[in-house]
Every structure is written in C-alpha cells, then in structure tokens.
Ligand binder design. Structure first.
Ligand code: NAD
Length: 312
C-alpha cells in the first residue's frame, strides 16, 4: 500500500476540526479540511483548542503555527480528493448521507485511497454498502474531544481488507493516537459496549434505590475508576486470578442489571423535560457554576494528561 501522505478530513464540525489538528501536528502529512464553504473565521475552533493547550503546557506557540499552516481548507471535490491517500469523514450521523458521500468521493479518488468513517455508532459495513471498492472502507472512531483522547477504534467491516486495517492502525499510531483493532463490526464497537454496560448498572442502582447518583459517581471516581487508566478488566482479572474471577461471576452475575430497554427513569425524565445540563436537572440538580466546573474540570484533566504524555 502506498505511503500515506495526503490526508483529507471531510466536514469542519466539532470532530473534523479536532481531527485536522491531530493529523496536521505530523510534519510528514499534508492535511486538507474539506468544507462546504470558506468562512473568514474557519481556523477559530482549532486556534481555540490550541490556545487552551498552550496555556497548560500541552502544546507550544511554534507547534500552533505549524499546525495552522499545514491545514488547507478546500471546498472543491476534485481538488480535495484526487490526490488523497486517506480520507476520513466527519459528516453528520445520518446513514444515507454517509453512504452517498463515499459514493461521491469514489468518483474522484484513486482506487488505493482509504475511506474511513468516524461514525459513533453506525455500521461501517452498511456505510460502505453502495461503494465500488468496499474493502477500502474502515471505521476509525475517535472519541470527543478528538484532539485530546488518545483512543481510536479501528473497525473492520465485513469487507475491510487486512492491508487497510494495518495502514489505518499505522497512520493513527504515527500521529500519536492509541488505535485499537476491532475485529468485528458490532454495535458499540468495543469502548461504547464497555461504557454502556457500566451505565446500565449505574442507572439500575439509582432506579432501584441502591445508591444515589452522586454515590454511584463517587464509587467510580474514588474506586475502580482510579485503576482504569493503568489496568483494564482483562489484566485485572488475571491479577486477582482466574479462580477468583470465576467464583465472583458464578455468584454475582444473576444479580446484575440485564435490561434490554432504556431505564424507566430516563423515560420519566424525558417526559418531565429534565434533560441534564441542558435544563439544569437530570439525575441531579445543577447550578450554572456547577455545570461550568464539571465541563471545565474534564477538559483541564484531559489537557493535563496530554501535557504529561508530551513530556514523557
Ligand atoms: N461529537 C461527538 O462527540 C462525536 C464523537 C465521535 C464521533 N462523532 C461522529 O463524528 C461525526 C461528526 O460529528 P460532529 O459532532 O463533528 O458533527 P458536526 O455537526 O459538528 O459536524 C458535521 C459537519 O459536517 C458538515 N457538512 C454537512 N454536510 C456537508 C457537505 N455536504 N460538505 C461538507 N461538509 C458538510 C457540517 O457543516 C458540519 O460542519 C458524526 O458521525 C458523529 O457521530 C461525534
């Protein structure tokens, strides 16, 4: 497979801007951000991301200058796609739009160009179903904020070639991401399956009066959540031992939530119009200051993590 030099990110929304920033940080890549129209303030979201990172030591002014210079905004299909080696779409999450976008791109790009989709939940197999070369389509699911979270789920569709999987994994590693190889195209890929298994149990405990919402969050933040950045469940199971893992599951699994419908509480909150941070009330009540502190706290944590990675 040809060496990847020309990367195109399609859609200059929240994820597209972050991804263009990630690829442009690698001096060996030429980055195009394919957008519908050229606006005066098109660099602003990326400048904002970088300024916050610079303030906390996760990037430098020199890096900011180079990243901005390397991102080329393009509106024309032929100009964007003809020389591309790797195209990743960050289009709205609508199946038909993503399918048609890839059909349109295939009119212009070379046959050996990889087409990646940043879909959060949709099947890359289905997204590629109208394509001429389905084996070049791959899932590459970045996590928001895409410039700060290292994980990218690389998802093999029913058609993706091994060569395309490897080239995608290699490219993402090169730009400093932590790609994981998802062997099957299943709903939720890997990380969202894990996340929502936990959320299901969390919601079940609150719904059944086992613990308050704050207590559930504290149980994660001050307990097992501290292990997760350094030890996942598989390694942890080996650490405590297979016998203990077996005995615990032999006893506890029958008591855990296994509902196949969303929690009743979610439906009740929706009906009441309690939408979380949008309305200041969801599982808990939030003041404007608390909501600001919560979202700032997460951003600062992630930027400090990126700064630490940069130093190590
Ligand atoms: N937001 C998240 O947390 C998140 C996380 C991971 C993956 N994703 C996925 O990434 C994708 C994009 O999500 P987002 O949150 O960045 O959405 P967004 O709405 O911020 O961005 C979509 C962009 O696509 C552009 N667009 C639409 N039609 C276009 C066209 N014809 N030509 C060029 N650009 C066009 C829009 O102008 C917009 O800028 C979705 O598939 C989403 O599921 C989102």
């Amino acid at each position: 497979m040809k060496e990847i030099k020309n990367v195109v990110v399609v859609g200059a929304g929240m994820m597209g801007n972050a991804l263009a920033q990630v690829f442009a940080a690698d001096p060996s890549l030429n980055v195009v951000l394919k957008t519908r129209a050229l606006k005066e303030d098109r660099y602003e979201p990326i400048i904002n991301n970088l300024d916050i990172m610079i303030a906390r030591g996760a990037a430098t002014e020199a890096e900011k200058k180079l990243i901005l210079e390397r991102i080329n905004f393009v509106t024309d299909n032929a100009e964007a796609y003809t020389d591309a080696d790797f195209i990743i779409e960050c289009y709205p999450e609508v199946m038909e739009d993503k399918q048609n976008l890839f059909v349109e791109i295939e009119k212009y790009c070379r046959d050996d160009c990889i087409l990646a989709t940043n879909t959060s939940v949709m099947s890359p197999t289905e997204i590629s179903s109208k394509c001429r070369c389905r084996d070049r389509v791959v899932g590459a699911h970045f996590w928001n904020p895409g410039h700060l979270i290292p994980l990218v789920e690389v998802v093999k569709s029913n058609y993706t070639s091994e060569e395309v999987m490897q080239a995608t994994m290699n490219l993402l590693t090169k730009v400093g991401k932590k790609p994981i190889y998802c062997k099957k195209d299943v709903p939720g890929f890997v990380a969202n399956r894990l996340q929502h298994a936990l959320w299901r149990e969390a919601f079940y405990m609150v719904e059944n009066g086992i613990a308050d919402p704050e207590t559930v969050d504290d149980a994660c933040k001050y307990g097992p959540g501290l292990r997760w950045p350094v030890m996942g469940p598989m390694e942890n199971s080996d650490l405590v031992g297979i016998q203990l893992s077996y005995n615990i599951h032999n006893y506890i699994l029958r008591y855990l939530a296994d509902n196949h419908e969303p929690s009743k509480c979610l439906k009740e909150m929706l009906d009441r119009g309690d939408l979380g941070f949008k309305t200041g009330k969801g599982w808990q009540e939030w003041t404007a200051e608390e909501m600001q502190a919560s979202s700032n706290g997460l951003k600062e944590y992630l930027i400090d993590y990126a700064a630490k990675q940069k130093k190590s």
